[in-house]
Design a protein around this ligand. Structure first.
Ligand SMILES: C[S@@+](CC[C@H](N)C(=O)[O-])C[C@H]1O[C@@H](n2cnc3c(N)ncnc32)[C@H](O)[C@@H]1O
Length: 211
């Protein structure tokens, strides 16, 4: 996989995302599962205002798609993005301002290996993430993020994490970062999340749980 730093030119972020899509074509189906899971969740809530948090933003296009769909049944939307890369945060929020100017946005620049960055943030109704949490330092970091999200989410809120569920050859076997669905399921259940679901496509799974 070529890192973002290998891409140049005015569309370098979109080109990088297209590269990820070409490496793992299952990302398209996974995005569809993620969006569908959120639509199903929205049908079960009567929230008029929805606060949304994305972990690891990419180019912001997935968030914009989700926000557009939520908008049809919601009077107020707010979106917060967390990323370790300030350029990605800037580009993702610009994408949302262009596509949905009425949406309130907040960027949080920080490293999710330190879940304290998620503390003292406003309560969220919906948290989603695509192909990001495997970038953290390992199981302790993943659990730390899940624990912080349990505190952050409103009762009945939805967590959707889509990520790799099989190890890669280059991974350090003594400190894995990509975990099977069962591992995510047991951590989430242990923390108090309920109604776990998962849909697997290739090396990725879209996993959901409710607060
Ligand atoms: C592989 S990209 C996925 C981007 C986008 N979600 C997608 O799938 O199209 C991983 C994202 O997570 C962010 N990221 C990686 N490590 C991170 C960390 N430790 N803390 C916060 N964000 C991180 C990257 O900057 C990038 O936006």
């Amino acid at each position: 996989m070529a890192p973002l730093a290998d891409f140049t030119g005015p569309n370098y972020i979109d080109d990088w995302i297209a590269h990820l899509d070409s490496l793992w074509p299952e990302r398209e189906l996974i995005r569809q599962h993620l969006v569908e899971a959120i639509a199903v969740w929205q049908e079960t809530t009567s929230l008029q205002a929805i606060s949304l948090l994305e972990l690891g933003v990419g180019n912001g296009k997935l968030a914009l798609d989700i926000l557009h769909r939520l908008q049809a049944h919601t009077t107020h939307l707010s979106y917060m993005a967390v990323d370790i890369n300030g350029d990605l945060l800037h580009a993702a929020l610009a994408e949302i301002h262009r596509g949905l100017p009425a949406c309130a946005t907040t960027a949080l620049l920080g490293d999710l290996n330190d879940p304290a960055i998620l503390r003292d943030q406003p309560q969220m109704d919906l948290v989603f993430s695509l192909q990001t949490l495997h970038d953290l330092h390992g199981l302790v970091a993943l659990r730390g993020v899940y624990e912080a999200l349990y505190q952050l989410l409103s009762p009945g809120g939805l967590l959707v994490n889509a990520d790799f569920i099989v190890p890669f050859e280059k991974d350090d076997a003594s400190n894995p970062r990509r975990f099977p669905v069962d591992v995510h399921h047991s951590i989430l259940e242990e923390l108090g999340f309920t109604e776990f679901t998962s849909q697997t496509e290739g090396k990725l799974a879209c996993m959901t749980a409710r607060r």
